[in-house]
Ligand binder design. Structure first.
Ligand code: SAH
Ligand code: SF4
Ligand code: F3S
Length: 438
C-alpha cells in the first residue's frame, strides 16, 4: 500500500482542503504519513497570494526532490492555488514534479496518482462551478480536537484588482446547508467546541433561501454548546442581519475580521473593493453600537499602485479611528494577470513600501497594547486549547473576542470554557489567572 504526505501553505481554506485530500486518499486505500522521508507520494498544497509564498514552495520542492535519489518511486506534486496559477510552467521550472492539480479536482487524485509514471507527468487544473466537496468529511489529522474549520463556500467573484484568488479558486459557490449542519453535528459528537466557518467572503453565502445570517443563526441555535466564528467578511456584504445575529447569540464570537486594505477612497477604488472609507466606518460604528465588547481585526496592503503619502496617512488615520485589536499587514506585491497588473503601474518604490509598512506595524503594535491594557481586571470565558509554548505550567486559550490568554493551569482543562481574570498583558497576549475572588 502506498503512503502519502501532505504539507500545507496559505490560508485556512487550504488547511481544510488538505484535510479533504487526506480523507479522499485514505478512503481509496492510501496511508497517511507525517514524515516526508517515509512517503511514496508528497503533495504540497500551495498558495499564490504573494510572490514570496511561491518562492518558498519552489525551494521546498527542490529540497524534497532530492529524496528521489534514495526513493526513485517517489511522486512529487503541487496541488492547490499555485498549480492553478502557474500550470505547465511549473513542470519546466521544476522537473522534479510529477503532478499538478488545481483545487477543484481533488476527487480525481486517486485515479490521477495511478496514471503517473516515469514518462507520464499529469496536470489537471480544471475549475468547477459546482464542486464544494460537500459530502467529503475532512480528515482532521492535525487538529487539537477542540477547534475545527468548516468550509461553507469556495471561490471568489470579487476580483479585487490586486488579488489572484478569483483565478486560482474560480467562481464563488455555496455549499449545501444540510451538509454543513451534518458536519457540525459530527464535530459536536466528537467533542469539538469551536467551529470557524470558512469562505473567501462568507457574507455572500447563499444556498437556496438560506443566507449567511440565517445559516449562522441556525447553527448557533441548534448547537448551543459550540462557539461559532467565521472568516472572511467582505465589508461591502456585511449586513445588519449578521450584526444582529452576532449580538443576539452568546455562542457567536464577539470578534470579526473585516479587511479594509486601505483608508483612502482613491486607493479603494483602484483596488475594486466597492466600498468607501465612510461605508466601512459606518459598519464599524454599527458593529460597536450593537456589540459593545466586539473586537475587530483587519488586513492592510501598503504601497498599492499610485498610493501617495496622503493616501498612506489616511490608512494610518483610519487605523486610529477603528482601533483594530490585530492586523495582517503587507506590502503590495504585483501578481501577473490580475486587473491591477494590467491597468496600473506598480509605482511605489520598495523603500517607500517598507517604510510605510513599518509605520503601520509600529502603530498597530501600540494600538494592540493599548487595547490589551484596557482588558486588565476584566474576567473572560476562555476556551482552553493546550499548553503554552513558553511555559509548560501554563495553558492558553482564546476568549470570545479572539484574544489569546495565557494562565496557570493544566491539560485536564483542555476543551473546557473557564473563567479567567486578566492581570497583565503584552501587545500580543493577555496574561491572566483562574483563581480570583468572584
Ligand atoms: N478573501 C479575503 C482575503 C484573502 S487574501 C478577503 O477578501 O479579505 C488575504 C489578504 O492578502 C488580503 O486581504 C490582502 O490584504 C492580502 N493580499 C492579497 N493579494 C495581495 C497582493 N497582491 N499583495 C499584497 N497583499 C495581498
Ligand atoms: Fe481576493 Fe478580494 Fe476575493 Fe478576498 S474578496 S479573495 S481579496 S478578490
Ligand atoms: Fe493562498 Fe489560495 Fe488561500 S492563493 S491565500 S491558498 S485561496
Amino acid at each position: 500500500m502506498k503512503t502519502f504526505y501532505v504539507e500545507t501553505y496559505g490560508c485556512q481554506m487550504n488547511v481544510v482542503d488538505s484535510e479533504i485530500v487526506a480523507s479522499i486518499l485514505i478512503r481509496n486505500g492510501l496511508i497517511q504519513t507525517y514524515n516526508p522521508q517515509d512517503a511514496d507520494i508528497i503533495l504540497l498544497n500551495t498558495c499564490s497570494i504573494r510572490e514570496n509564498a511561491e518562492m518558498r514552495i519552489k525551494s521546498r520542492i527542490k529540497q524534497l526532490g532530492s529524496f528521489k535519489k534514495t526513493n526513485p518511486n517517489l511522486r512529487l506534486g503541487i496541488i492547490g492555488c499555485m498549480a492553478e496559477n502557474l500550470k505547465e510552467k511549473l513542470f519546466v521550472e521544476l522537473p522534479q514534479l510529477d503532478l499538478l492539480a488545481g483545487p477543484d479536482v481533488y476527487r480525481l487524485l486517486p485515479e490521477i496518482l495511478k496514471q503517473i509514471n516515469d514518462e507520464n507527468k499529469i496536470i489537471n487544473t480544471t475549475l468547477s462551478k459546482e464542486e464544494t466537496y460537500a459530502d467529503v468529511l475532512p480528515f482532521r489529522y492535525d487538529s487539537n480536537g477542540i477547534s475545527a474549520y468548516v468550509s461553507i463556500m469556495r471561490g471568489c467573484d470579487n476580483f479585487c484588482s490586486y488579488c489572484v484568488v478569483p483565478y486560482t479558486r474560480g467562481r464563488e459557490r455555496s455549499r449545501d446547508a444540510s451538509s454543513i449542519i451534518n458536519e457540525v453535528l459530527s464535530l459536536s459528537e466528537n467533542g469539538f467546541k469551536e467551529i470557524t466557518l470558512l469562505g473567501q467572503n462568507v457574507n455572500s453565502y447563499h444556498y437556496r433561501d438560506i443566507d449567511f445570517p440565517a445559516l449562522i443563526s441556525l447553527l448557533a441555535k441548534n448547537f448551543p454548546n459550540l462557539l461559532f466564528r467565521f472568516t472572511t467578511s467582505h465589508p461591502k456584504d456585511l449586513s445588519i442581519e449578521l450584526i444582529e445575529a452576532m449580538a443576539s447569540f452568546p455562542n457567536i464570537a464577539k470578534s470579526i475580521h473585516l479587511p479594509v486594505q486601505s483608508g483612502s477612497n482613491e486607493v479603494l477604488k483602484r483596488m475594486n473593493r466597492k466600498y468607501t472609507r465612510d461605508d466601512y466606518l459606518e459598519k464599524v460604528y454599527l458593529l460597536r453600537r450593537l456589540i459593545p465588547d466586539i473586537t475587530i481585526s483587519t488586513d492592510i496592503i501598503c504601497g498599492f499602485c499610485g498610493e501617495t503619502e496622503e493616501d498612506h496617512l489616511q490608512t494610518i488615520d483610519l487605523m486610529k479611528e477603528v482601533n483594530y485589536f490585530f492586523a495582517f499587514m503587507f506590502k503590495y506585491n504585483e501578481r501577473p494577470n490580475t486587473l491591477a497588473a494590467k491597468k496600473y503601474a506598480d509605482d511605489v518604490t520598495d523603500d517607500i513600501k517598507s517604510r510605510r509598512l513599518k509605520e503601520i506595524i509600529d502603530l498597530q503594535q501600540k494600538i494592540s497594547y493599548m487595547l490589551n491594557k484596557q482588558d486588565i481586571g476584566k474576567i473572560f470565558k476562555v476556551l482552553v486549547e493546550g499548553i503554552s509554548k513558553k511555559n509548560e505550567k501554563e495553558i492558553f486559550g482564546r476568549n470570545s473576542q479572539n484574544k489569546v490568554i495565557v494562565f496557570a493551569g493544566d491539560l485536564t482543562q483542555k476543551g473546557q470554557f473557564v473563567d479567567v481574570e486578566v492581570t497583565n498583558c503584552t501587545s500580543a497576549t493577555l496574561i491572566g489567572r483562574q483563581n480570583f475572588d468572584k
